[in-house]
Design a protein around this ligand. Structure first.
Ligand SMILES: [Zn+2]
Length: 235
């Protein structure tokens, strides 16, 4: 009877401890993801392999494009690209996303190996329709951060935890990351995917996005401008 009670208590304690989750640390913030299929994806820059993933909790469908051999343990030229329908597909000049997407794919093909994760977190995580609401406020004079906050959102709602199972599936353990955003470098490092170096990706600047890019640099800490235009930088 005593042995039975002790075993019951042990089981209860084990069950309880398995339910404890420390939030917002990537190690304790696993994102269940299922790899679904892979196919070829010919592009103007070269033939990529497209890997499709399903994020189980949200039903979001994410994609990784790889080029060449990426699972050899060497740092891989890469980009974490969050979906921007307006910039990526509708030729918007309000942001720099479409230019960065094209520039990253071109650079990967020229390098001969690399990866681009296409993450379905539209509008820095607020969704397409809320992004249009935010643009409406920006048409009235708000900047991108003020507009998000007026709508009740944080300035940047993106979460990069989904990258870890995708990169693990692809056998990638280290990146040469094409980004101007130090938050991505830190997120990957916190997940145990070291960024060997940061490759600036300053493209597509035009009169329509100058205020937006100035806000990204001033309020969101993006590394833009001549100071950060160097070829490669160690974080
Ligand atoms: Zn965009």
């Amino acid at each position: 009877m005593i042995i039975g009670l002790t075993r019951l208590l042990t089981l209860l304690l084990h069950y309880h401890s398995s339910q404890i989750r420390i939030p917002f640390r990537y190690q304790e913030h696993p994102v269940p993801v299922v790899f679904v299929a892979a196919s070829q994806l010919p592009t103007p820059f070269g033939v990529f392999t497209m890997h499709g993933f399903l994020e189980e909790a949200t039903g979001k469908e994410h994609v990784a494009l790889t080029f060449g051999t990426v699972a050899d343990g060497e740092p891989v030229l890469g980009r974490l690209h969050s979906e921007c329908l307006t910039g990526d597909a509708l030729f918007s000049l309000r942001c720099d996303c479409g230019f960065q997407l094209e520039g990253a794919l071109r650079a990967i093909a020229e390098e001969g190996r690399g990866v681009l994760l296409y993450l379905r977190q539209e509008g820095r995580g607020i969704g397409l329709l809320n992004k249009i609401r935010a643009y409406e406020l920006q048409d009235g004079g708000a900047d991108t951060v003020e507009a998000n906050e007026r709508l009740g959102f944080g300035a940047d709602m993106r979460d990069y935890a989904i990258c870890l199972p995708m990169l693990k599936h692809l056998g990638i353990s280290s990146l040469k990351l094409m980004t101007n955003n130090p938050r991505k470098v830190k997120a990957l490092g916190d997940m145990g995917i070291p960024v060997a170096n940061r490759v600036p990706l300053q493209l597509g600047h035009n009169p329509h996005n100058s205020k937006y890019l100035a806000t990204k640099a001033g309020k969101l800490g993006h590394m833009l401008g001549k100071l950060h235009q160097g070829e490669v930088e160690r974080p």
